[in-house]
Ligand binder design. Structure first.
Ligand SMILES: [Zn+2]
Length: 443
């Protein structure tokens, strides 16, 4: 047999170890991992660099329509930027739906939005205080390949809040029906204290305080343990939350509760909001104190997956208002998430970008591992390189990580056997990405 592609002389990441081996690809799949010399049409010399599974970002917002704004990276530009960051799969969201009918409609719209993506994509179903029973919502979401259902515990002011009685129903159903309850957890009552007041960016953290996240996450974790549910908390922002969940629920962590966090909570802190250009950093949940940022680093063991919450805007849009309600929330980051986290934690971040995400979201073993039979989604990574973040491929005209010195460089990114990025050059094509159905998830 002649293989399509051979990746030679690399250190292949297999089950937490690095193995000297060559990887052979045939028809988009990994067909052999061996030290034997086999015949291939194309040979790539990995030169002793790491050969990693393609990264999966479980939390992005490309072309997100929210209030009067649309995030500026559409699925084409966002996915190109992601490919430069070694990401070969993203999970985005449908618009928040308040009925089964809307779930179906919004899913169709999102498929249309995503068709130019250069990397594979899945969606989380997303609900907003739905009127249909939880079982119906779960059934329809799963049938569309969205076996993860996202909800908000806040934003009651725009009727996006899903209430505890409904969350309890979802958690109760989640393990038997095989889906994940994905939650943006902030205590709505506490946040309401500040509703209707004008908040400057420098006061953003105070208006959505850590206690709002902490109290909501602890309550939901308790509910999930009680119902033996499958609960996934997105964008944990504070080390206080991570530490407390670890302390109280260590037995249930990774069984009933999974915590995700984002690179910005490990790298930035609330003093960024006080800067002259503080608006450019605005996102929700907000950045926290330096103490909480460091505590998050210390409690990295509690964090199972890393998502970026990539939701980028231009300077002009970010500067269009004075108060937090007048400024679109969100920052970019898909291109630098892995190197930022690798710089802090080294090799222990790899699973949090690959196998952990694939297992949690029903993509394993098609995605997340370098194994015979898996999709040939591969990243060639030089662990020795040191460089300073500067240019990026997002549509946005600024980069919150500019100037940060990082360790390790993504040299090439391969999706289903095709080079999207080869030694820094973009070779991907519009529409190469495919929708990934996730019909059932059991942790
Ligand atoms: Zn988000």
């Amino acid at each position: 047999m002649v293989y399509d592609l051979a990746i030679k002389n690399g250190l292949v990441y297999i089950k937490g170890d690095f193995v000297k081996a060559d990887v052979y690809v045939k028809e988009g799949k990994i067909a052999a991992i061996t030290r034997n010399d086999l015949e291939a049409r194309e040979v790539y010399d990995a030169k002793g660099n790491f050969v990693l599974p393609g990264f999966i970002d479980p939390h992005v917002h490309f072309k997100l329509r929210v209030a009067n704004w649309t995030s500026v990276d559409d699925f084409y530009h966002g996915s190109v930027s992601a490919a430069f960051g070694g990401i070969t799969t993203i999970i985005d969201f449908i618009d928040p739906a308040s009925s089964v009918k809307e779930i179906e409609e919004f899913f169709k719209n999102r498929l249309e939005d995503a068709k130019d993506s250069v990397i594979d994509y899945a969606f989380h179903s997303t609900i907003a205080n739905p009127k249909d029973p939880a079982e119906e919502v779960a059934k329809v979401s799963k049938a569309l390949g969205m076996a993860s259902i996202k909800l908000f515990t806040t934003y009651s002011n725009t009727d996006r809040r899903t209430y505890d009685r409904y969350i309890d129903d979802l958690l109760t159903l989640s393990r038997n029906m095989g889906f994940v309850v994905v939650v943006h957890a902030e205590n709505d009552e506490i946040i309401k204290k500040y509703e209707g007041t004008k908040i400057l960016p420098k006061d953003h953290s105070k208006s959505r305080p850590t206690i709002a996240e902490l109290s909501e996450v602890v309550k939901l974790a308790q509910m999930s343990v009680y119902r033996d549910g499958q609960l996934y908390i997105v964008h944990v922002s504070s080390g206080i939350t991570a530490k407390e969940v670890f302390r109280r629920f260590s037995d249930a962590l990774f069984e009933n509760i999974i915590l995700e966090s984002c690179p910005h909570y490990f790298w930035l802190d609330e003093t960024f909001f006080e800067r002259q250009d503080g608006k450019l950093f605005l996102m929700t949940p907000p950045l926290r104190s330096l103490y909480e940022r460091d505590l998050l680093r210390e409690n990295f063991d509690a964090i199972y997956t890393i998502g970026t919450d990539h939701c980028s805007f231009t300077k002009e849009l970010k500067n269009s208002g004075e108060y937090t309600t007048e400024i679109p929330q969100g920052i970019g980051g898909v291109e630098f998430s892995f190197v930022l986290m690798y710089t802090l934690f080294g090799e222990e971040v790899i699973d949090r970008f690959t196998e952990n995400v694939a297992r949690v979201y029903g993509l394993y073993p098609k995605k997340g591992v370098v194994e015979v039979g898996s999709d040939a989604d591969i990243v060639i990574f030089d662990p020795r390189a040191e460089w300073t973040i500067k240019d990026h491929h997002s549509v946005s005209d600024y980069n919150v990580y500019e100037g940060i010195k990082v360790k390790g460089k993504i040299l090439s990114t391969i999706s289903k056997g095709k080079f999207l990025v080869k030694d820094g050059e973009f070779l991907g094509e519009k529409g190469w990405g495919r929708y990934l159905e996730r019909k059932e998830i059991y942790w």
